[in-house]
Write a protein of this length. Structure first.
Length: 475
């Protein structure tokens, strides 16, 4: 992906050359990206998966999780294919824009820069049209750690309305996730005798300090630590669950194979647990690749690992506790000290994950406030503190973590992770050079079929998920 669209010219002619990363740096970047993507997915959503499994039944839930995993990773791949600028070129372009806020129109026009889209080839010979599109490109690219790519793709596909809808959906998904994290941490502190307002102030201050990390290379260290802490929770669940399975008196009723009526309640938590789309483009940009293949291997590894983990956790806990499984699985642990220590561990994990989830939000806000010089560049810590304060306010208004997880998964992640990627691909068709080629290209036909499936599943799932939340299916 070294050009903008099939008929576009390589932007590298406009920009300084970049050195190729060393093999060591590439390897380190791959593992950092894997840690970040894993940690963005393994969060508060996994705590609700055993309950979600109980709602849909063992086999139906397992098959459904595999389908959601496939569609979620496919959506990431399709969106990256639609990205119209290679990451190294994008990075240099963003740096140039941040310094000068413009690129010479004569340079852009003479290089025939076009955004990808169905009308790209038709406009290839129109100098005025190219100048307009180039100016549009200059206006929408920002150092957004993922938000920049979202803006490029959405604007190429549907113009300014598409860009606005996409950014709103992205912010809603990440803010909803952050609010669920804030809810869990403050509720855990409150149960330990800390006053509600004091707990919120403590969490806000701690998260403000952690949010001083601006680059994902640093955040990846927190992600690796968070994954290690999560191991303790899984060990405790395994120990308690095995004890219940071996205790004849504690045996639950026979597990249900399929409960079709429970799919509405199952959908939101399952999509929420698997959705890495909100941070995937941030991670993709941080790798600064000339080709997306290494990132696709990160996506494959991450979704293979999480699919295995989620199937194991959901099935095992449902078999151990049956229909009596709590909405937050650690509340089902038999021992009080187990529940307490797991709660403390999860508080640490979610706090470590908070910065990663909020990275796209921070950079969108900073682009709006600091790049146009509405606020001085050095004031970014203050703007982040205000954004975290907004998260705290929403968490105070909606203290139910389970409902926040279900709504965020059903609405925001269905939109950003299913519907929009499908629409972008169908609109831009990045794998096809022409309509004739598209008919012959099996890859393009397959991706079109996947895109249609994403759109249908996203819309239907959002409707039934919202209906479930407000129809009383969440206990």
């Amino acid at each position: 992906m070294s050009s903008i669209g099939e008929g576009g010219a390589d932007l590298s002619a406009l920009l300084p050359s970049t050195d190729q990363p060393s093999a060591h740096r590439t390897s380190a970047g791959w593992y950092a990206a894997l840690f970040n993507l894993l940690k963005s997915m393994i969060g508060s959503g996994v705590l609700s998966l055993p309950w979600a499994t109980a709602q849909a039944g063992l086999v139906l839930s397992g098959c459904g999780l595999l389908v959601v995993a496939f569609l979620s990773q496919a959506a990431i791949r399709l969106t990256v294919r639609c990205a119209t600028i290679s990451p190294p070129t994008r990075k240099v372009l963003m740096d140039s824009l941040r310094d000068s806020r413009q690129i010479s129109k004569s340079q852009i026009t003479s290089s025939s820069v076009d955004l990808a889209g169905p009308d790209a080839l038709a406009a290839a010979d129109a100098d005025a049209n190219r100048a307009t599109r180039a100016t549009q490109l200059t206006d929408i690219v920002s150092d957004g750690h993922g938000a920049g790519t979202w803006q490029l793709v959405s604007t190429a596909a549907f113009g300014t309305p598409g860009r606005i809808i996409t950014i709103v959906a992205l912010l809603a998904a990440q803010l909803g996730t952050a609010v669920s994290y804030f809810d869990f941490i403050t509720a855990a502190l409150t149960r330990r005798g800390v006053g509600s307002l004091v707990a919120m102030a403590m969490v806000w201050a701690a998260l403000c300090c952690m949010s001083l990390l601006r680059h994902l290379s640093a955040v990846s260290r927190l992600s690796a630590l968070g994954l290690l802490v999560y191991l303790y929770v899984f060990v405790m669940l395994g120990d308690s669950g095995i004890s219940r399975l071996m205790d004849e008196q504690a045996q639950p009723e026979r597990a249900s194979i399929a409960r079709w009526a429970g799919l509405a309640s199952w959908f939101g938590p399952s999509v929420f647990a698997f959705e890495g789309m909100g941070t995937a483009l941030s991670i993709y940009e941080s790798m600064e690749l000339s080709e997306p293949a290494p990132f696709f291997s990160v996506v494959s590894a991450a979704y293979l690992l999480t699919s295995t983990l989620y199937l194991a956790i959901g099935s095992f806990c449902y078999l151990a506790w049956g229909d009596n499984i709590a909405e937050v699985v650690i509340d089902s642990l038999d021992s009080e000290w187990m529940r307490s220590t797991c709660e403390v561990a999860l508080m640490l994990v979610l706090a470590l994950s908070f910065v990663l989830q909020m990275t796209p939000v921070f950079h969108v806000i900073e682009d709006l406030l600091h790049q146009p010089a509405l606020l001085p560049a050095w004031s970014w810590p203050g703007s982040r503190a205000v954004v975290i304060g907004f998260v705290a306010l929403v968490a105070h208004m909606v203290p139910d973590m389970e409902r926040m997880v279900s709504l965020t998964g059903a609405v925001a992640f269905s939109t950003i992770g299913f519907v929009l990627p499908g629409l972008f691909y169908l609109r831009l068709l990045p794998d096809a050079r022409s309509t004739l080629h598209a008919r012959r290209d099996g890859t393009t036909l397959w991706n079109c079929a996947v895109s249609v499936t994403l759109i249908v599943v996203g819309i239907v799932g959002a409707v039934v998920g919202v209906w479930s939340c407000f129809g009383g299916h969440l206990r």
